[in-house]
Ligand binder design. Sequence first.
Ligand code: H2U
Ligand code: ZN
Length: 342
Amino acid sequence: MIDFMRHPHRRFNPLNGTWILVSPHRTDRPWQGQVEKTAVDAQPDYDPNCYLCPGNARAGGARNPAYTSTFVFDNDYAAMLPGTPAGTEDRNGLLIAAAEPGICRVGCFSPRHDLTVSRMSVPDLTLVVDVWAEQYADLGRQPHIGHVQIFENRGAMMGASNPHPHCQIWAGSSVPTEVAAEQREQAAWRAARGSCLLCDYLALERESGERVVCENDSFAALVPFWAVWPFEVMLVSKRHLTAMDEFDAAERGRLADILKRITTRYDNVFAAPFPYTMGFHQRPTDGGAHPEWHFHAHYYPPLLRSATIRKFMVGFEMLGMPQRDITAESAAARLRAMPETH
Ligand code: H2U
Ligand code: ZN
């Protein structure tokens, strides 16, 4: 028997088919490395220099309207462009390339520069969920869009360029690598067992409760058994929904509720605001029915042991496989112990 709390071991991620190394005995090693600056200056509710605040000029020359709720615009520095001509290259199966037309947008969650998801109200966050559902459907229905990725970079440590609460939407013609891996594994599970991988996984996790952080009637937040990032969380719908276009009104509200609860718990672990990259994994919009897809979100926070010590993916992790010290079980227990108010 492996003692998950003492013995180095590998864990398998059935969602993307990869392994990670867990070294639970290693958590008390000394640290003389880089220490991050996480203290964030208190933000004003309006910043005249912010390119996302209402009424302000953006870097690209456009001006934001005086929006009072949510606001979506085409990214002025889009990574993919809609007019890109189709084309592929293949030289001896070694030099392979394909044109990638797409659409990139930015979504502001609120006119308030000083808010975070954790400090917005559930009704206001529900309006953000409405925007995501609308964007997923609107972009996904366009013929050259095969996949829509909605994500949020929060905090300078995770590369967010601006503290104003916002997300990015990257809609491309192909299914990106990580999503394609999850797609392959979910399809294989369904073909082999006739059931859904994440429905089965969620049932198992709710039975033990060991890695579950919090739940409402429609969603559960848990630290996956195969987590790589220190306080990684996966949010899974209880109903077998493939994407946001299948949510009813109550489910939109409950997604808002659990997003606020997870991010508030995060803020309470070390120092607020807790940095992370998060995003939703939804049914590709490539025309397939994708009954194997189960809606979920991933939170990848970099902070390790305090507000100033972060995880880097270096060394063995770049050359071999990802590794973590704190177990999924201890991270889940710690997140469970956190209050849901600041
Ligand atoms: P991040 O904070 O996750 O970097 O998102 C901000 C996005 O906003 C980024 O993709 C875009 C950047 O290209 N942006 C504009 O579209 N217009 C601007 O005036 C500045 C930033
Ligand atoms: Zn702003």
